[in-house]
Design a protein around this ligand. Structure first.
Ligand SMILES: [Zn+2]
Ligand SMILES: [Zn+2]
Ligand SMILES: [Zn+2]
Length: 466
């Protein structure tokens, strides 16, 4: 995003930059001529902004807006609160400062009329992409949907960064201001909406859960880190062996046991190795212990007992895109549905089991996927209407299932796994579901029905539903 900002600084002073209105009003952005771009500006800073044609400044954080402008200080937590209130799942942000990291779509230094309109124009493709998504629903799925929507509209992964100013030491800049970003991302990955890529393993303080730990070697007896490495000396004649310092006398080595002088290395004595000596308690040891000192609570955690946390980067999966476009997380679908429509995870487990039974026993098994053409539907009745039609469709589909069928519904898709059913019978059952949907749902839907054989289901489980 910084590169975009730099580009703006170059472009802005040039003559002949189009005012926002003339281009925004153009069909390039599919906006109606009377529709103005609504820019939310926090606090009183809108007074310092230039008036731009085609742009309205919005001051109510709960209003519908297209863009957030942060011409002054941007505290990530205040922004987190603001984004929590927003109806849009992934508002576009233009900020003066770089404090928001990757969450700012564009960092802008020069807030003159010309520079600001160029900046707004450059983020318009993302604004349009975001505006095509359903608004955020109320309830516990808001943050999860926002995370998916950010990855989808910005076409990027949800990547972590090392952050020494945070006790967890890892942060997700795109989820700036969301306090439990990791929990949200892990839930989405468990639900099959995001794919994990390993980032780093960090140890944890057993007292305060911080990962700001300093690793060091300590004395096995008194746990002091004041250790010195010393050579061992072995006196051949009497067989005595001890650290070098105990042999040192004026200008010679004297054996502390037999009091003879050691003159020649390899003849009188040798140095068989090194040991650690504790300067606090005098103990010697071949292997000191590893211990973590917590920089937050100042207490120690033994290396043997320290637990760790693995951190991941997350990529959006096909099911995640379906969830973003439908404005619903699949796990929420089935909770109220007496177990017939299931969470995607349960579904996957049951289908995996059915596949292994079918392979073992040779009994028939097939699966069906019914997919609604949501673009066609949204064109007919609008985005919000399309979401509620998809909800209704899911209910109808689940009611039309047979006793033995296993189903999951997901955005615009109904998945049905049919044990004891060959592909021909599966087609009949899927047609039955489709007819029930056509009978119950208006307008007439465009819908594709696909039937999968056992090897295809197997393949499907491996690829799509990972
Ligand atoms: Zn000796
Ligand atoms: Zn010690
Ligand atoms: Zn601690």
């Amino acid at each position: 995003m910084i590169s975009a900002a730099q580009q703006i600084r170059l472009v802005a002073p040039a003559d002949g930059v189009a005012p926002v209105s003339s281009v925004v009003d153009d069909t390039l952005f599919f906006r109606k001529p009377e529709a103005k771009l609504r820019c939310f500006v926090e606090g009183g800073s809108w007074r310092s902004l230039p008036a731009l044609g085609g742009v309205d400044y919005e001051l109510d954080p709960r209003a519908d807006y297209d863009l957030i402008l942060l011409p002054s200080d941007a505290d990530p937590f205040a922004i987190g609160r603001l984004l929590g209130q927003a109806n849009s799942p992934a508002p576009v942000i233009i900020s003066r400062y770089e404090t928001l990291g990757a969450r700012a779509d564009l960092v802008l230094w020069d807030w003159s009329a010309q520079s600001l309109s160029t900046a707004i124009l450059s983020v318009m493709p993302v604004v349009t992409r975001v505006s095509e998504l359903p608004r955020k629903p109320l309830g516990p799925d808001r943050n999860g949907l926002s995370a998916l929507a950010l990855a989808y509209t910005r076409d990027c992964s949800l990547a972590p960064l090392l952050r020494p100013d945070d006790p967890a030491v890892v942060a997700y800049p795109l989820l700036s201001g969301v306090s439990n970003a990791r929990d949200i991302l892990e839930e989405l990955a468990d639900a099959g909406l995001l794919r994990r890529r390993f980032f780093e393993r960090l140890h944890i303080c057993q007292h305060c859960d911080s990962s700001r730990l300093h690793a060091r070697e300590v004395c096995v007896k008194c746990h002091s880190s004041h250790l010195t490495e010393q050579s061992l000396i072995h006196h051949y004649e009497c067989g005595y062996q001890a650290v070098q310092t105990s042999f040192e006398a004026d200008n010679a080595y004297i054996c502390p046991k037999c009091r003879r002088e050691l003159r020649h290395y390899g003849v009188d004595y040798d140095k068989p190795g090194k040991v650690m000596c504790c300067n606090a308690c005098g103990d010697t040891m071949t292997e000191p212990e590893v211990e973590f000192l917590c920089l937050d609570c100042h207490r120690s955690t033994s290396g043997d007992h320290a637990s760790f946390r693995d951190w991941y980067e997350y990529d959006l999966l096909a099911d995640g895109i379906v969830a973003v476009k439908s404005g619903r997380l699949p796990t929420a679908d089935s909770v109220d549905d007496a177990g017939r429509g299931r969470t995607l995870r349960d579904f996957r487990l049951l289908v995996t089991h059915s596949v292994s039974v079918a392979k073992r026993t040779g009994r028939p098994l097939c699966a069906a996927r019914l997919t609604v053409d949501t673009t066609d539907l949204a064109n007919k009745i609008g985005q919000r209407g399309a979401v509620s039609v998809c909800e209704m469709l899911r209910d109808v589909a689940v009611q039309s299932l047979r006793e033995q069928d296993i189903a999951a519904t997901l955005g615009d898709t109904v998945l049905v796994c049919m044990p004891e059913t060959d592909e021909a019978a599966g087609k009949v059952a899927a047609d039955h579901i489709q007819r029930a949907i056509f009978a119950a749902v208006r307008p007439k839907l465009k819908m594709t029905v696909e039937i999968f054989s056992v090897p295809q289901i197997d393949q499907f489980l491996k690829t799509v539903w990972q």
